[in-house]
Design a binder for this molecule. Sequence first.
Ligand code: ACK
Length: 320
Amino acid sequence: TANRHLLLPKTCPPDPKWEFPRERLTIEQVLGEGEFGRVLRAKAIDIGGIAGATTVAVKTLKENACASELADLLSEYQLLKEAQHPNVIRLLGACTTPGAPVYLIIEFAEFGSLRNYLRRSRHLESGIRSDGCSSLSNVIVCEAEGTRPVYTVTPRDILSFAWQISKGMAYLADIKLVHRDLAARNVLLAAEKVCKISDFGLTRDVYEDDAYLKRSKGRVPVKWMAPESLADHVYTSKSDVWSFGVLLWELVTLGASPYPGVDVHNLYNLLKAGYRMERPANCSQQLYKLMTSCWHQEPGMRPSFKELVNHWEKMLEDSV
Ligand code: ACK
């Protein structure tokens, strides 16, 4: 049948610690779709130690997905089991029994992806103000039914997002996980504006010498990739730091697309020649300096996520 690939191979036994009975899950709506994946909103009964119904997100595959996408989803499942940090999306369970699609049940982030949140905030009257305050920052603006709520984004929010993402990434680096696809689209925003690093589909455990040699496959997030990843498929926590620099640029521009007008095929040569994105209009020199330090040609010269956490903490203290 068309979706036979979505079924789990019979050789993969369910993990009793995480297996969740399908009959306690009610799918409510589609939150979003990628090329091969789909994210659903659902209600789960008695999940993660919470009695009664909890709103959750369910990751699954589309009918056109094949074995390698299933492998990515299952690898994400394995990695999420290990990751426990307030700024990393939490796994709540999984449905992997044969004969039906694989579901990963993850915590629901009410504001959706950080990229979309930033872009929605642009349409609000009081966007970023130079004084850092926003009189409307506590006003919730609901768009049409079914869409997500929007708040304004203040300069302090930008610092807080950068700080939270750095903390989550420092944790992942600590447990030797390289994300490989860090971007604003892969960070979710939960209640209280808490950032959650998500989309571990491309993530790999680091083994042996720090670097992971990527198998040749699939679509690559070229504009977020470090030169050494583009040239040699080398991925380390330092290449994640490069991607974080691009994410910072996305934060400051409220979700703009990086390297506007640059053809991805020319990017590597431009970067090698020393070209970097210029300082966005509303970006402080201090922030731009941090951003460009993440884009050091030499991976070893880029800051670590731990160092970045310290920088954000200083800047947050100075901004009160
Ligand atoms: O910005 P969005 O509405 O939020 O569009 C994307 C879409 O699914 C495709 O990824 C949303 N999404 C993904 N994971 C979650 C989650 N855990 N909680 C809430 N929304 C999610 C995301």
